[in-house]
Design a protein around this ligand. Structure first.
Ligand SMILES: [Zn+2]
Length: 218
């Protein structure tokens, strides 16, 4: 049976902006790459009806998953507006725990604990709390979205993935998220722009064209 790699992201599009190139590479190598989106992401487009936003963003993630060769996306639909209500997080965390225990991933990729976005931080906290209680070991790595400042990264071991051969797939997958950048064009969408710069700089640092860098949290 193929080994599972699990990507746990707060919003539809984080899973590609962060580890999209590595995900496509692992899929090509024969891993089952599965994705979980923690929140509903309903606050992203304030002028639209909630059901339309949620539905649109889910469809975009499913399309992007096909581009990177993933094995499916699950949506936990934790309401973002109520994300500070502990009970909603708790319910999301329970669902997440069941999935992790069922899939027994060899690696998990999720947000960085020092991410600038509070909902990204809540997602990684939930993941780490679950992983720390497991009776078996899995590796947990953090990816970056748009936190320009990193205070804690250096104390964690680094995982560098050469994504030169899958960078095209990553870009193609990102183009599926039209609802997020349609007004600005994809390269004017801030998270994509910073991703492009970071992947290029990381590539240069590691003698290749593009690379994604992750930090091992567990
Ligand atoms: Zn996000």
């Amino acid at each position: 049976m193929a080994k599972t790699i699990l990507i746990i992201a707060a919003h539809s599009d984080d899973q590609i902006i962060g580890p999209g190139g590595a995900a496509a590479k692992y899929a090509e190598e024969g891993f089952d790459v599965k994705t979980i989106i923690f929140t509903k992401g309903e606050v992203a487009m304030p002028h639209f009806k909630e059901e339309i936003i949620v539905d649109t963003r889910e469809r975009e993630s499913i399309r992007a998953d096909k581009v990177i060769g993933g094995k499916g996306v699950k949506f936990l639909k934790v309401p973002e507006k109520d994300i500070n209500k502990e009970v909603e997080i708790y319910k999301g965390k329970n669902k997440l725990e069941k999935i992790i225990k069922k899939l027994r991933p060899v690696k998990i990729f999720t947000h960085a604990p020092d991410d600038a976005h509070p909902i990204h931080r809540k997602t990684v906290s939930a993941v780490l709390e679950i992983v720390d209680e497991l009776s078996w070991k899995t590796e947990v790595y953090s990816f970056e979205i748009w936190n320009p400042f990193r205070f804690t990264a250096n104390k964690h071991p680094k995982l560098v993935v050469d994504t030169s051969k899958t960078f095209d797939k990553k870009l193609k997958a990102l183009k599926c998220f039209k609802s997020q950048f349609s007004l600005h064009g994809i390269f004017n969408y801030f998270p994509v722009m910073t991703m492009y710069i970071k992947n290029t700089i990381n590539g240069r640092k590691h003698n290749t064209k593009y690379a994604e860098v992750f930090y091992r949290l567990r």
